[in-house]
Every structure is written in C-alpha cells, then in structure tokens.
Design a protein around this ligand. Structure first.
Ligand SMILES: NC(=O)c1ccc[n+]([C@@H]2O[C@H](COP(=O)([O-])OP(=O)(O)OC[C@H]3O[C@@H](n4cnc5c(N)ncnc54)[C@H](OP(=O)(O)O)[C@@H]3O)[C@@H](O)[C@H]2O)c1
Length: 256
C-alpha cells in the first residue's frame, strides 16, 4: 500500500475526501466531482494502480492509496495512511463494491463463500473504514459543518431485485447500517446513502436485461451516467443537515 502525490505540508487547510474504488465508474466520477467542489481527494482501488496514480497526478494535491478491502487489516491501514498523509479526513465515500450474478431461484449456486465474499467487501469493509475513520472525522467536524459519510448502496438493497440475492442482501445491510450509524454518530458525523439503479459502468456493461428494463419501464427511459450519481453525492455532502437518508437514484423505475 502506498500513496502517490506530492506532500504539501499537512495538516491540510482544505477539506479531504477519501473515495473508495475511485479508479472506475461511480467512484471515479464522485472523486472528480468532489475535486471540482474544492476537496482534496484521496483516490483508492484494489488493483488498478496505474489508473489510480494517473488520476492522482491529474488532480491537484490528490494522492492514490491501494488496499484490498476484502482484507480488513488493509482496510484499517488505508484509513491510517490517508489520515497520516493529509492530517485530516472530512468525508468518507464507501463506494468500492463487488457483485455476483446468480439467478434468484438458483439457490445452491449462491454458496456460503459467495455470501462471505460479498459481505466482506460490501458490508464489513465499510464498517471497518467508518470505525477507523471516526476519530479523524470527529476532529475535522465543526458545529456548522459536520463531517460526512456517503455509502453507495443499490436500489437492489431496497426492492426484491438485483444481480443476486447475496448482492442485494449485502446492499440492504449497508442501507440499514447507514440509518443506524446516522443515529449513533450524530450530530458530529452525518451518514447518508445513495441507492442507484442501473449506472453505465464497467460493472454493468453486460447487464443487457437490466438495460432493456430501464429503457422500457423507467420514467427517465435509461440508466444513469456515473456523473449523474456523482452530482447526487456532491449535493448530499454539501448539506450540513441531512442524515440517515437513502436516496434512490433509479430514474424513477421504483415508481412503475
Ligand atoms: N453500476 C451499477 O449499475 C451499480 C448500481 C447500483 C450500485 N452500484 C454500486 O456502486 C459501486 C461502484 O460500482 P461501479 O459500477 O462503479 O463499479 P466498478 O466500475 O466495477 O468499480 C469498482 C471499484 O471498486 C474497487 N474495488 C472492487 N473490489 C475491491 C476490493 N476488494 N478492494 C478495494 N477496492 C475494490 C475497484 O478497484 P479495482 O479496479 O482495482 O479492482 C474499482 O475501483 C459499487 O458499490 C456497486 O455495488 C453500482
């Protein structure tokens, strides 16, 4: 694990945001948006190191950190390294996630190992990161500007839909964790979640049936672009009051 970027004499006066899984798709768009919003961004990924270093080099004062979030020791170390590097942490976006595509009726295919793998990255890693970041987030907060955690969940964590039952259940756990932590960390740290529907990213590139569904049934007639989810993250982070909200961002599919 390491950081790429120039040290600039920290603790930083600018607010710092860590976006997990920010070398691709939704995470990359959120990191880029937060940079435009005036944050220093800590980029992170599991294995796409070259992409992460290039993104850090392209954004002022950004740095890249590598960690496999299926390993909770690496998750703990990630927070320690970001806080060491910048001297502060104001925003944590738990975006990194994995999926498994299994028909819901094929119950034997959804093995206990698949359940464990999905929970490790989609549920336990966000918990570990939040636990490790709590002290820094509290220190960075002020009475008129609480710190903020944004969890990237899924519409599949709210409705009985999604790529597989273990994936959807993992996102439902993240959604409920968001509400529980919003209560226990208030008023110093706000905790919110976004529950996207289909978003056009590498993860969803082969989800042909989902794409057809969104085109035919959703009021907006299409899936989202990652930048449209990033805009929502920016809006949630800009609020100083909203907490415990799960923002469904599915182009209105849930209404039909
Ligand atoms: N795309 C959709 O339609 C959709 C819909 C609803 C919710 N979501 C959720 O949105 C989030 C982002 O999805 P996306 O579509 O943008 O995915 P993506 O393009 O596949 O990007 C995933 C990112 O997460 C990182 N990552 C994956 N496993 C990791 C691990 N074990 N440790 C550390 N980092 C890891 C990846 O790093 P490497 O590249 O290095 O592996 C990558 O940067 C996920 O939580 C996903 O469940 C997506």
């Amino acid at each position: 694990m390491w950081a790429e970027g120039a040290m600039v004499g920290y603790p930083s006066e600018k607010r710092v945001a860590l976006v997990t899984g920010s070398t691709s798709g939704i995470g990359q768009a959120i990191a880029t948006q937060l940079n435009q919003d005036g944050f220093i961004v800590a980029f992170h990924s599991q294995s796409s190191v070259t992409a992460g270093q290039a993104l850090a080099a392209a954004h002022p004062e950004a740095a890249y950190f590598q960690a496999d979030l299926s390993d909770q020791n690496q998750a703990r170390q990630l927070i320690a390294e970001v806080v060491d590097y910048y001297g502060r942490l104001d925003v944590l976006v738990n975006n990194a996630g994995i999926t498994a595509t299994i028909p819901h009726a094929a119950m034997r295919d959804a093995t206990p190992q698949i359940w464990r793998d999905l929970y490790e990255v989609n549920v336990i890693a966000p918990w570990t990161l939040i636990t490790e970041a709590e002290t820094a987030l509290r220190q960075a907060a002020s009475s008129d500007c609480p710190s903020c955690i944004v969890n990237i969940s899924s519409h599949a964590g709210i409705r009985p839909k999604g790529a597989s039952i273990p994936y959807s259940a993992s996102k439902a756990a993240l959604t409920h964790m968001t509400k529980l932590l919003a209560v226990s960390l208030a008023p110093v740290i706000r905790v919110v979640a976004i529950a996207p529907g289909l978003v056009e990213t590498p993860m969803s590139q082969h989800w042909t049936a989902a794409r057809q569904l969104w085109e035919m049934r959703s009021p907006m007639g299409r899936g989202a672009q990652p930048e449209e989810i990033a805009q929502i993250a920016s809006m949630l982070i800009a609020s100083h009051y909203l907490t415990g909200e799960i923002l469904i961002s599915d182009g209105g599919l849930n209404l039909t």
